[in-house]
Design a protein around this ligand. Structure first.
Ligand SMILES: C[S@@+](CC[C@H](N)C(=O)[O-])C[C@H]1O[C@@H](n2cnc3c(N)ncnc32)[C@H](O)[C@@H]1O
Length: 521
């Protein structure tokens, strides 16, 4: 300690010493379903301690800490509801809350409130602290975990999370945290201008950036939270887990696919419907590694062609990226990354502008973009998802939709389902939502057809049974969603819809039997 740690000249050696393995926590997370392992590069990961079936709970975990994201809308620092009418805490005169009742909420009351109350700050610092949220989570980690003797063990576990300090040092993110978070912590008197304290604060920021999970507040605003065990899951662009966070922010990690004993427990750190370049970029810039999973290694993205562009030369083939070279699969013409990026940027621009488009304009755009992009291209999937959500809302609001639009709704569902099944196989929230969405036009169209006399009772019955099978499958997938989340509420709706549909099916079956009896009398 005296020669290395407290010797400013040996800062680098102290850092190297600290990075040596101490085996502090090797068995700390071991449970009956998962164990903590290390790979050849000493990076830690979770592995199955036994064979795990889809739907089985691997572990449940409460967050170590939660707080607003770096660029959050104004949320109450106590209850995380979006602030409608701001209320400044009457004790610290700094924290923005949503009501006086939130002053006593333990998320803010106590040490945090006291420290902020005693901070001597300038008007400029005050303005910064009240209009930014980036300092809140590092601040909470420091006061609640680091400076809390009862949480020494948790602080040690937190400190052992990957921070990628060397990759981040002196980069834009390092400078940005220095000018915002670190200054914020200094302003409220939590850390001094000492180099070692700044280094520690940078480490806290790095750990938060690399390991936080995005979670949703009661009104769906995104927050970030640290889950010590869950953060040990490695990434794969095809995960084998299903994560759900309930209203108390407790996370349940279930197997989404069968996981054999010894296999890694994996979670997709990015979105399932993002293209390879985009996923790799997020992982490179935010998690500091190159993904080498089977999906990233396959230029066709497991046959989905989610990043493929139509070849402007032969107009038959698709341009895909094989080992950093974009080329048409058919005519073999090569294209520069710059040109592909330009095409993507233009497409991205159209999709962003389409944010407020209504259904007709979105359909036109989708049609226009289909001359450039593969039907499963991630930009096309984005538009298709938006259309599906518009059609779902129209049906649920009781709009009178034509048979043509209902057919189109069914067609879109059938276009996106195979992609979802490939990139998020097994227990998939997205598939559950899409199956629920699909059953609606199937029922409505069948009702229209029988009313117009285009369908007999047997055909009607078989369509209703098709919708019943879709709903049953949707329910089996949405069953794991915590109540009070949008997906949990959809699961309740799906359960009700299934009950009604089964009653209708019974009635129709009675009618079929009655008409059959009549016909033979
Ligand atoms: C949330 S942490 C996971 C736990 C971490 N391995 C540890 O030892 O603390 C994320 C970090 O793990 C590593 N990692 C996760 N998945 C990876 C993968 N598929 N390939 C390479 N590194 C990975 C990266 O360093 C990444 O920044």
């Amino acid at each position: 300690m005296i020669n290395i740690k407290y010797n400013a000249e040996k800062r680098e050696l102290w850092q190297k010493f600290q990075q040596l393995e101490a085996h502090m926590e090797v068995f700390a997370f071991s449970s009956s379903s998962s164990s903590l392992e290390r790979n050849y590069s000493h990076s830690r990961y979770l592995a199955a301690a036994r064979d795990i079936k889809p739907g089985e709970v691997i572990f449940k975990e409460a967050p170590l800490i939660i707080g607003p994201r770096l660029e959050s809308a104004p949320v109450c620092l106590s209850c995380f509801h979006v602030i409608a009418t701001p209320h400044t805490c009457s004790n610290c005169h700094l924290a923005e809350l949503c009501s006086p009742a939130c002053e006593t909420n333990p998320n803010h009351a106590g040490k945090e409130c006291e420290l902020l109350a005693n901070a001597i700050i300038s008007l400029e610092d005050f303005q910064y602290l009240t209009s930014n949220y980036d300092w809140v989570l590092p601040f909470r980690i420091m006061i609640n975990i680091k400076y809390n003797a009862e949480k020494r063990e948790l602080w040690q576990k937190f400190q052992q999370l990957e921070a990628h300090m060397e990759e981040r040092r002196n980069t834009w993110i390092w400078e940005s945290h220095k000018n915002s978070v670190i200054q914020g912590l200094q302003n409220v008197g939590l850390i001094s201008k000492d180099e070692e304290e700044e280094e520690l604060a940078q480490k806290v920021c790095g750990i938060l950036d690399v390991n936080s999970f995005e979670i949703r507040s009661p009104d769906q605003e995104l927050l970030r939270g640290i889950y010590l065990e869950a953060s040990m899951m490695s990434h794969d662009c095809i995960g084998n887990t299903h994560l759900a966070v309930d209203k108390d922010y407790v996370m349940t990690v279930r197997a989404s696919l069968p996981i054999a004993k010894g296999e890694k427990i994996l979670f997709n750190y990015t979105g399932p419907l993002q293209g390879t370049e985009c996923r790799r970029d997020i992982l490179r810039k935010g998690k500091y590694f190159e993904c080498k999973c089977v999906r990233c290694d396959d230029p066709t993205e497991l046959g989905t062609y989610m990043s493929a562009i139509r070849c402007p030369k032969c107009r038959k083939g698709y341009i895909i990226n094989d080992k950093d070279q974009w080329a048409c699969q058919d005519c073999k013409k090569k294209f520069s990354t710059k040109m592909i990026q330009t095409v993507l940027d233009v497409g991205q621009g159209y999709v962003e502008d389409a944010n407020k488009f209504e259904q007709h304009a979105l359909e036109l755009l989708l049609n226009r973009m289909s001359t450039t992009f593969h039907t499963n291209h991630f930009l096309m999937l984005d538009l298709k998802q938006r259309l599906l959500s518009i059609y779902r809302d129209m049906i649920l609001l009781g709009s009178n939709m034509s048979s043509r639009i209902l057919q189109r709704d069914i067609e879109l569902c059938h276009e996106v389902l195979p992609v979802i099944e490939t990139v998020e196989p097994g227990l998939s929230r997205l598939r559950g939502i899409t199956l629920y969405t699909l059953h609606l036009p199937v029922v409505l169209l069948a009702n229209k057809e029988i009313q117009c006399g285009n369908m007999d009772h047997n055909q009607f019955l078989s369509k209703l049974e098709e919708a019943e099978a879709l709903l049953k499958e949707a329910l089996a997938l949405l069953f794991y969603e915590p109540a009070k989340t949008p997906e949990g509420m959809l699961a309740i709706e799906a359960k009700e819809a299934l009950k009604c549909l089964r009653e209708t099916i019974m009635d129709v079956k009675d009618q079929v039997v009655t008409s059959h009896m009549r016909s033979i009398q």
